[in-house]
Design a protein around this ligand. Structure first.
Ligand SMILES: [Zn+2]
Length: 128
């Protein structure tokens, strides 16, 4: 239990210095634009690999969506989602996130903490 609390405390501390843009993307969502639209990248035994590359306008994270293009037994083309591969900018990933049991709860509070600290600069009491 103490180990878990220490992990959450370490995450809360590291998030205080975390980049505003990264916090926004993690707390809300990325804003994707298409870098390179769907294109066949590789021929496989059971079809063709199709990729679509996207980049976040805010934090520059790159997402590569991967699909398997194939012809089914009724001769209909379909594309199955294989998953996505992400490439994050330096300092985006925090190993403390992986150590916490509920990192998003702590990250969400960091968003609120920043808003409050901007609305009530040091010396003013938010409850006054
Ligand atoms: Zn982003």
């Amino acid at each position: 239990m103490a180990g878990r609390q220490n992990n959450d405390l370490a995450l809360a501390q590291v998030l205080e210095g975390y980049d505003d843009t990264y916090l926004h993307c993690r707390g809300i969502q990325h804003r994707w634009h298409v870098l390179s639209d769907m294109h066949v990248t590789e021929k496989l035994n059971n079809g063709e690999l199709v990729e679509r590359h996207l980049q976040c306008e805010n934090c520059d994270t790159v997402r590569k969506d991967r699909f398997l293009l194939k012809l089914d037994r009724y001769k209909i083309y379909r594309m199955k989602v294989l998953g996505a591969v992400y490439k994050y900018p330096d300092h985006y990933l925090l190993h403390e996130m992986a150590l916490s049991a509920s990192p998003r709860e702590i990250l969400r509070h960091e968003q609120l903490r920043r808003l409050i600290s901007r609305s009530y600069p040091q010396g003013q009491d938010a409850t006054a």
